[in-house]
Design a protein around this ligand. Structure first.
Ligand code: BGC
Length: 718
């Protein structure tokens, strides 16, 4: 029955779209009756032959499509004829083309959907440094989207975090291009394994929210290639992502969605991308300019790609073959990901929750929670201490998610107070103060053995944070509590880094990010040591507002609409290392309740012969403490000084689980890409013959093991 209704819906939607293309010449306008007859007539559908390649199938289909049908594919219908979703391209039943149903979802199905799972923010998941976890994260998201009837998932967000105040930091993975690429690939594969096509976004230089509809990122080609492009390149190469969303901003004077350097030179010519680029919502600015600039599909409406595009084709300003190419870009991933070959059984009203997904949400929050400070091993708690939970985010208004288009309707939220009380058990006194009255908060803290203060930021798309301070009086609240109780632990529910002027006054700090629906249970598991923390920072925490890579207003938020990327390659930890600035907590850093030691670094072979090759770096990791735990081994490559690169850059990492006392060898793979740099003069990636240092350790600032690799002959990276 549901299938039947769905089909009728598609038919209606299909007709709606044809009627919705204004400007059709009268002679061409098909009557509904004629169209219905056509759709009833059996059209031969050679493109349904699954043994053909997606490109062959798309070409066969394009041959059969009328101009109107092609136009229907390249824009979203607004308002949508269906319930739910945020973007919609109607079906063309005559040809068996299914509708495209697009929904937001960086941490759960968005756009007001109910009965879904709220996962932790992507920055939290990424803090696990565990690509398996990200893959599972994508699977949960993809499964829920598919069951909601979504076949294009608008995620993940993979931009490199350049500005620590960026309002969408929580939606992204962090500040390192290689790291973001690894996370993106894992999540995209997870999403696409469940049915939906993933839409990696936002392409490109979407690094701030301030002035986001007009901002112009002034950035040199080498920086674009080495810092901002790699996550997108990895998404194509290893993630086989179906779509990208081009961003609101301009890059070097040209809007992202009509920027031929970004959309044609980089994506098509350099990276062989054969999927489609859709515009962010309202990021299309022209018809002919966008078509020739490389935009395949306008979202969410028809302003430039509906009647206007059809008219441009009829006037000869856009060739039919150019339009065909854009349509092909859309159809190829639709074929590749099976949208023509399998029924979409989901619908927006379905309850897509499951106990397994609730459990995964908790696991991801636990695995993404970073222990930053733990003086005198105050944590884990012994279990018999009385606890004061303090702060609004600790009580019945837990800060579980960020705002904007990634916001979702949480099915429930476990508050830290509830999670801790439940874990502490009935014999332990847990008190609460919201912290608005600092004297009252200090009094509650004084009476407890341990005070746990929950502070938060309200981060959202559309707004950067004005600075890196905790909003309101939260800093003072921490100081008041810390003065009353030496055993004060601060839990940060933030989407990005914050300054910690009180750091020396507190015994412990935990970055829990926006932890999703299982907030209280996850933090309790960490505090009590049921879970040994193993997450690490995917971005640097600065010591002061002045000592950040983008402290100059010309860099952020920009002057006269221009944000100039004068820091060039020195983004995130690269800048701290290049300038010698001391971070508060460095990229890659995170503590555990046990300790680890690395030894026996070896690289085999120790040279990279010409041609594609691999070097295996091995290192022994020993758990030298008394509890089981997991450690992340990080390998950075230092380029010869003459190459003009930042001091060292992450090129491989792996996470390993170890019992107390156990030693395991860990292998990390390097290849020519690990040594390559972008040569702007020849517009190529190259790896010059030379000696490169490989530094291995457990954070970007703790790299005790070194070895050298000889690259034998100049090479061009693939
Ligand atoms: C956001 C996108 C989002 C779209 C649809 C835009 O404002 O930038 O990330 O997918 O809205 O909700």
């Amino acid at each position: 029955m549901r299938t039947h209704l769905h089909w009728i819906g598609c038919l209606i939607a299909g007709f709606g779209s044809i009627l919705a293309v204004p400007g059709l010449l009268a002679a061409e306008k098909p009557s509904i009756a004629a169209e219905a007859q056509t759709s009833e007539r059996q059209v031969a559908r050679p493109w349904m032959n699954k043994s053909l390649s997606p490109v062959q199938r798309a070409n066969l289909l394009i041959r059969e499509m009328t101009l109107d049908e092609k136009i229907v594919m390249v824009y979203g219908v607004d308002p949508m004829p269906v319930k739910g979703y945020v973007g919609y391209v109607p079906a063309i039943p005559r040809l068996g083309i299914p509708a495209l149903t697009l929904a937001d979802g960086r941490a759960g199905v968005g756009n007001g959907a109910h009965d879904i799972t709220l996962l932790p923010a992507p920055i939290a998941a990424a803090s696990s440094w565990d690509t398996n976890l990200l893959n599972e994260f994508g699977k949960v998201l993809g499964q829920e989207q598919w069951a909601k009837g979504t076949n294009v998932e608008l995620g993940p967000s993979i931009d490199v975090v350049r500005v620590p105040e960026w309002g969408r930091t929580f939606e992204s993975y962090g500040e390192d291009p290689y790291f973001n690429g690894q996370m993106a690939v894992a999540e995209i594969k997870g999403i696409q394994s469940q049915g939906p096509i993933a839409d990696a976004n936002m392409y490109l230089t979407m690094n701030q929210e301030s002035n986001r509809f007009k901002e112009d990122s002034i950035v040199d080609e080498r920086t674009l290639q080495e810092i901002y492009l790699p996550p997108f390149a990895a998404s194509i190469r290893d993630g086989h992502v179906g779509t990208f969303m081009c961003a609101y901003v301009k890059t070097n004077g040209i809007y992202s969605c009509e920027n031929p350097q970004l959309l044609i030179d980089f994506l098509r010519k350099q990276l062989d991308f054969d999927g489609w680029v859709m515009s962010d919502w309202g990021a299309t600015h022209s018809t002919v300019g966008s078509v020739t600039g490389g935009l395949d599909q306008q979202m969410p409406d028809a302003e430039f790609y509906g009647a206007a595009l059809k008219a441009a084709v009829l006037r000869g300003e856009v060739s039919v073959s150019a339009l065909d190419e854009h349509v092909r870009h859309i159809l190829v991933p639709m074929f590749r990901h099976g949208l023509f070959d399998k029924a979409q059984p989901g619908n927006w009203s379905a309850n897509v929750r499951s106990p397994g997904h609730d459990a995964f949400s908790r696991l991801a929050a636990e695995q993404g929670t970073i222990l930053l400070k733990n003086e005198r091993s105050l944590l884990p708690l012994a279990g018999n201490e009385s606890i004061a939970v303090i702060g609004e985010a600790g009580g019945n208004d837990p800060k579980v998610e960020g705002g904007g288009s990634s916001a979702v309707v949480a099915p429930y939220k476990v508050s830290p107070e509830d999670g801790i009380s439940k874990r502490a058990g009935s014999g332990v006194h847990v008190s609460y103060a919201d912290g608005k009255d600092m004297v009252a908060a200090a009094n509650v803290a004084r009476k407890a053995d341990v005070a746990i203060v929950f502070v938060h930021t309200d981060e959202t798309e559309g707004d950067d944070r004005p600075n890196l301070e905790l909003p309101g009086t939260q800093d003072q609240m921490i100081e008041a509590v810390a003065a009353a109780n030496k055993k004060t632990i601060v839990v940060l529910d933030t989407g990005g880094p914050v300054l910690m002027p009180w750091i020396d006054q507190v015994a412990g700090v935990i970055e829990a990010w926006y932890p999703g629906q299982e907030d209280g249970n996850a933090i309790a598991a960490i505090l009590y040591g049921d879970v040994n923390p193993s997450a690490k920072l995917p971005l640097t925490f600065p010591r002061s507002a002045a000592a950040i890579p983008t402290a100059n207003p010309e860099q952020w938020p920009g002057v006269n609409g221009l944000s100039t990327y004068t820091e060039k390659l020195n983004v995130g930890y690269r800048w701290y290392d290049a300038t010698g600035a001391e971070p508060l907590y460095p990229f890659g850093f995170g503590l555990s309740y046990t300790t680890f030691k690395l030894s026996h670094l070896a690289a085999t072979p120790a040279k990279l012969a010409p041609g594609p090759g691999k070097i295996t770096v091995t290192v022994d990791v020993t758990n030298t403490g008394k509890r089981a735990g997991a450690e992340v081994v990080e390998a950075y490559v230092a380029q010869p000084a003459k190459n003009g690169e930042p001091p060292h850059q992450l090129r491989a990492f792996a996470k390993v689980q170890l019992k107390a006392g156990e030693t395991k060898p860990v292998s990390l793979i390097l290849d020519e890409r690990s040594f390559s740099i972008y040569d702007a003069a020849s517009h190529r990636w190259i790896y010059p013959a030379d000696t490169y240092e490989v530094l291995v350790g457990t954070s970007s600032r703790d790299l005790p093991l070194h070895t050298s690799i000889a690259v034998e002959r100049d090479g061009k990276a693939r």
